[in-house]
Design a protein around this ligand. Structure first.
Ligand code: KIV
Ligand code: ZN
Length: 388
């Protein structure tokens, strides 16, 4: 059975850049945009052109250099936003305008002091205006996660009629459970006239740590675009992490969903974004964290040394990490010590290993991690090792 493609919509340069302190200049954005294009993302959300002259310049510059991906600019359902975005995107080979409005009762009441009907009218006008500039128009129903399904279906149907090519169903506040979000997508698939002519997109925030799970639930239920960021950066607790959704789809082939991402570039892209944005990746971050392929307990190390598959579901090389790390601590066993000692030049017999291990444990109890230099030091103290 052939696989269905899930488009990867990267919003590192828009939602990701909304993180306090992560502001990038145009040069830095261009470097990241080129890397994202090279990585194989389908859509790059380059910015929110009306928000500042700098963002306009960045979206325009990115539009000129991106070769393969669609370049997208965000707008509110506001005439001037849309005109400015169209202008910023004029050099793009494949431009997309991403426009929309809040559809939950809380947004309608508190943000707009409006009514459900008037919000639909504003959405239609925005999509039609965007459509007069570009063929590819994505509509977002902001806070769709907390929007009642029946009304959301009416919004979607109206936007399809107005010309939207992609319908974005954001869980803006990261509120939904995966079952609930998946059900929402299923409901739209089953109840919106014309839905099969457009792509449904997931845009999930991570306030409850469920952004990735919700996006996958959306894809399982028919969404064919996932909006995400490198390292999962974004407003508050962040967005869906690109590397996580890509690897989940790859590791679960029976879902019959795939992406065009060159996974071997994931790690270097993560490092680049972390460095340019000055935002450290948490060590235990899935796929790209410093500990994602590091083994430190004796039982795990012994297993991994015998066969990587005992404790690793991904070959690190598949995501661009050269090799798994066997980290030596007081919790490590003889197998790990022998393995690392061999790497730095010592082949130990069983007797030698026993002696060295006792010395190693004393050393490791005083130190958080035993590094290669420490191994040489331990060897000198024990004086039973034979250098190879
Ligand atoms: O989280 C959200 O709803 C958004 C929209 C502007 C797409 O970022
Ligand atoms: Zn968002």
């Amino acid at each position: 059975m052939s696989k269905d493609k899930v488009q990867i919509f990267d919003t590192t340069l828009r939602d990701g850049e909304q993180v306090p302190g992560c502001k990038l200049n145009t040069e830095q954005k261009l470097v990241i945009a080129r890397q994202l294009d090279y990585l194989g993302v389908d859509i790059i959300e380059a910015g929110f052109p009306v928000s500042s002259p700098g963002d306009f310049t960045s979206v325009e510059a990115i539009s000129k250099v991106v070769k393969n991906a669609t370049v997208c600019g965000l707008t509110r359902a506001v005439e001037n936003d849309i005109r400015v975005a169209a202008d910023a995107l004029k050099y793009a080979k494949r431009p997309r305008i991403h426009t929309g409005i809040g559809t939950s009762d809380s947004h309608i009441k508190y943000k707009f002091n409006s009514t459900r009907e008037k919000v639909i009218e504003r959405g239609i006008a925005a999509v039609k205006l965007a459509k007069s500039f570009v063929e590819d128009v994505e509509f977002y129903a902001e806070d769709a996660g907390r929007t009642e399904n029946e009304y959301l279906a009416r919004v979607c149907e109206a936007m399809i009629k107005a010309g939207a090519t992609v319908l974005n169903i954001p869980d803006t506040t990261g509120y939904c459970l995966p079952e609930e979000y998946g059900e929402k997508i299923k409901y739209l698939k089953e109840n919106v006239k014309g839905i099969d002519k457009v792509i449904i997109s997931c845009h999930c925030h991570n306030d409850l740590g469920l952004a990735t799970a919700n996006s996958i639930a959306g894809a399982i239920n028919g969404a064919r675009q996932i909006e995400c960021t490198i390292n999962g950066i974004g407003e508050r607790a962040g967005n869906t992490s690109l590397e996580e959704v890509v690897m989940i789809l790859r590791q679960h082939p029976y879902l019959n969903l795939n992406t065009d991402i060159n996974t071997r570039l994931l790690y270097e892209t993560s490092l680049m974004v972390s460095e340019k944005m000055g935002m450290v990746v948490q060590p235990n971050k899935a796929i790209v964290g410093a500990n994602a392929f590091a083994h430190s307990s004796g039982i795990h190390q012994d297993g991994v040394i015998k066969n990587r598959e005992t404790y690793e579901i991904i070959d690190p090389e598949e995501v661009g990490v050269t090799e798994s790390a066997i980290v030596l601590t007081a919790r490590s066993g003889r197998a790990a010590l022998a393995y690392r000692a061999k790497k730095v030049g010592y082949e130990l017999t069983k007797l030698q290993l026993d002696a060295v291990y006792q010395e190693f444990l004393k050393f490791a109890d005083r130190k958080k991690e035993v590094v290669d230099e420490d191994i040489h030091h331990i060897m000198k103290n024990v004086d039973v090792a034979v250098a190879i």
